[in-house]
Design a protein around this ligand. Sequence first.
Ligand SMILES: [Zn+2]
Length: 408
Amino acid sequence: MTVWDAVTGQAEAVAELQGASRAARSGPGGPGSGMTHAWLITGPAGSGRSIAARAFAAALVCRTPATVDGVEIPGCGHCNPCLTVLDGTAADVQVIGTEGTWIRIDTAREMVRVAGTAPVAGTWRIVIVEDADRFQDGTANVLLKTLEEPPPRTVFLLCAPSDSDVLPTVRSRCRTVRLRMPRAADVAAVLTEQGVDPALAAFTAQAAQGHIGRARRLATDADARGRRAEVLKLPIRLRSVGECLAAAADLVEATAQESAAAAQDRDSGERAELEELLTASREGSGGRRKAGGSQMRMRGAAGAVKELEAEQKRRARRSQFDALDRALQDLAGWYRDVLACQLGALNEAGAIHPDQSDMVARAARAWRPPETLRRLDAIMAARQLMIDLPSMTPLLAMEALTLQLRSG
Ligand SMILES: [Zn+2]
């Protein structure tokens, strides 16, 4: 088992990254020909971009490369550097994720500062940016100079859905590695290996359309399966305007619940941690400082709590956006099954939602292909609209969509 085993169904990308990590180890005092300082790893959501980035990071710091069929594979998966990268505690590996909508400028500045420091434990200082598509223009500018002339021992691993999601000025400074959506069979195999019942794994891998995180969620969380089933009942409900508006409200409510459930544990844990930290710092200095200093610290504490709450609010918004987008992908898959059925191609193409075959067949008989296609387009347009118009409320966007999906 090497770190690369977790990078599912990406033989070409893995070969390229392994080659680079070998090159990075070979030359004393400098990277070899296959290595470069800035990488852009692209692939659709669920293709495993950040998993690939972590595997590459582990391979760069690995102390005891594995040997497979006579070839050296850095990233053994069990030496101490590999393990610390995988569990997120490696001193030289900084992971910048964003659960807010944008990467903030102070985060970018901190990133540049860290990138400028020498590695403490190994040969490389590695900065992983999980959502490089979430740099705003001004924020990305902070990075450009460092990307252009990186410190000799620093490597940037930027992850994004596609090349075009990253600013051209950033993209042109990176070497791109493209991941593809893993096949459902590959995702099912991974889930089965992790102990999921094979039939359930096959079903959820298919229903998640190759998105491994989503497939795992569906396989292990009955509530998530229930919410998916509710969403897929929606198309046949949409006959009157009233039913469309009610369905839009249900959809928004269901995705709000899903994202709230995921956020709640983490948010309250963070708040408790922060309060504990602040209390400790107040008590630690109690009585020894002047009242003025203590008041200043109290204002600082209130500021910290406020900042955390603001961050949590941003994350909640992003998390609901993601849940809504997943629901729309499920719906798009349902209409795609209807279209395939209407064109007599369902057996050949395979159903995305095999458990919905009765409803799909019924809709396929009731509608004509151009109508199905129009509805599929409406869903894709709604997904794009939510990205282009972030100020639009989810309810308004969903009402506009369900009215277009109406069949009546
Ligand atoms: Zn290792």
